[in-house]
Design a protein around this ligand. Structure first.
Ligand code: COA
Length: 388
């Protein structure tokens, strides 16, 4: 039985923001307060995610700064950092704290700025992102994250015959979904031809296979299912799995299998008493198109090797039988690292409340979020469901 629920959700637009990390988070948090009809006095703790503020903006010790901006100073607050899985991990800890009775209501979320408003361009930001890779074996070789996921995808192509056209279909789908999402970084559609004609970033990825650098923040309020009874439209958290894989990439026995995701998904399904077949949709970590295909197999939406053909056949589209990334995913919605995990939880909440408008999955009652960090070394999988 679920013991924790999301009762409020808010986020900023993902894109470019000329405000500090704390100011950005305040916008998302106040929107979550409004959504739940509560104020700071109703919150017992802040779990805050930020991956790179120290490296990008000389901005650390962010949890009390964010708390101070929204009238939360006084409550315990802490920062989480797990590369791109930063705020999913903060969310998992918030759920556990509520389930354990440590806190009644926790505000959890994150903020990050990765666009040139920080004063840093693509090259420097790519170097900073690569700090999440192995210091001894990967960083000295010049391996960066487009390269990490390109290697994984190349192996997947070698094993299963996955094609560049199939990758392109993921980008086309996610841009089409992003067009229906008012907070998405990119609201423009693309075509398979346009993706395949784009400049190569890291073979087999071209420009449109990659997520962008984004600024943004997201926040949700987690409380016990009992307390949630007094809120409008609570959405229950029925399982949160979390697993790690070995670093560096070369030490993984079957790299493209993304074992951490399989373990995290198995835990989440077991806690939820549900199977992959019962999920009406998933938000997965599509930092690159190949990553979505591997994730769609790891969470059990498709058999191994079927993720590419399924994307090409439209099975993961909004009107397909296994919709993936109705929000537009990281590819089109954007990827402000520390805000991405709870951003997925905001999308699950909107979908399960039936409020996602043009991108709504009809009749959705159960959904899954998959958020990974580093070279797929940290993965958190969350299952949420509409209250019976
Ligand atoms: N998808 C679609 N369009 C993109 C884009 C993306 N990922 N990145 C940039 N663009 C667009 C810009 O909007 C801009 O369009 P405009 O000319 O119409 O204004 C154009 O492409 C050039 O943008 P620019 O920022 O100069 O591109 P860039 O070459 O410096 O960077 C990438 C492009 C793909 C290299 C960069 O976005 C990237 O590295 N993404 C991956 C980030 C990453 O690794 N995240 C961590 C994942 S684990």
């Amino acid at each position: 039985m679920p013991r924790a629920s999301v009762v409020g959700a808010g986020m900023t637009k993902f894109g470019v923001h000329d405000s500090t990390l704390s100011e950005l988070f305040a916008e998302a948090a106040l929107s979550a307060f409004d959504d739940a009809g509560v104020g700071p006095d109703d919150v017992d703790a802040l779990y805050f995610g930020n991956a790179m503020g120290g490296q990008t903006e000389n901005d650390t010790h962010l949890a009390p700064k964010a708390a101070s901006r929204i009238g939360l100073a006084g409550v315990p607050c802490q920062r989480f950092e797990d590369a791109c899985a930063t705020s999913a991990n903060a969310f998992k800890n918030a759920v556990h704290a509520v389930e354990a009775g440590v806190h009644d209501t926790v505000l959890v979320g994150g903020s990050e700025r990765c666009t040139p408003v920080t004063g840093l361009g693509t090259a420097e930001m790519t170097r900073i992102f690569a700090s999440a890779s192995d210091r001894h074996y990967e960083q000295p070789t010049g391996l960066t994250f487009p390269g990490v996921f390109a290697l994984l995808t190349k192996r997947h192509m070698h094993e299963y015959g996955t094609t560049e056209e199939q990758l392109a279909h993921v980008a086309v789908k996610n841009h089409a979904n992003g067009e229906h999402n008012p907070i998405a970084h990119f609201g423009k559609q693309t075509t398979v031809e346009e993706v395949l004609e784009g400049p190569v970033v890291a073979d087999p990825f071209r420009l449109m296979d990659c997520c962008p650098f984004s600024d943004g923040a997201s926040a949700v309020l987690v409380t016990s299912t009992d307390r949630a009874d007094s809120f409008d439209d609570p959405v229950d958290v029925s399982g949160v799995g979390h697993a790690t894989d070995v670093v560096p990439l070369g030490a993984k026995p079957v790299p493209h299998a993304t074992e951490a995701a399989r373990k995290a998904a198995a835990q989440a399904y077991e806690q939820a008493g549900a199977s992959a077949d019962e999920m009406d949709f998933a938000e997965v970590h599509d930092c690159f198109t190949g990553a979505e295909i591997m994730a769609s197999e790891a969470i059990g939406f498709f058999e191994d090797g079927e993720g590419g053909p399924a994307a090409e056949a439209g099975r993961s589209s909004l009107d397909g039988d296994r919709p993936i990334n109705p929000s537009g995913g990281l590819k089109a919605k954007g990827h402000p690292i520390g805000a991405t995990g709870t951003g997925q939880i905001v999308e699950l909440t909107e979908q399960l409340r039936g409020g996602a408008k043009e991108r709504q999955i009809d009749g959705a009652t159960k959904g899954l979020a998959h958020n990974l960090g580093g070279d797929a070394a940290t993965t958190v999988v969350t299952v949420m469901e509409v209250r019976e």
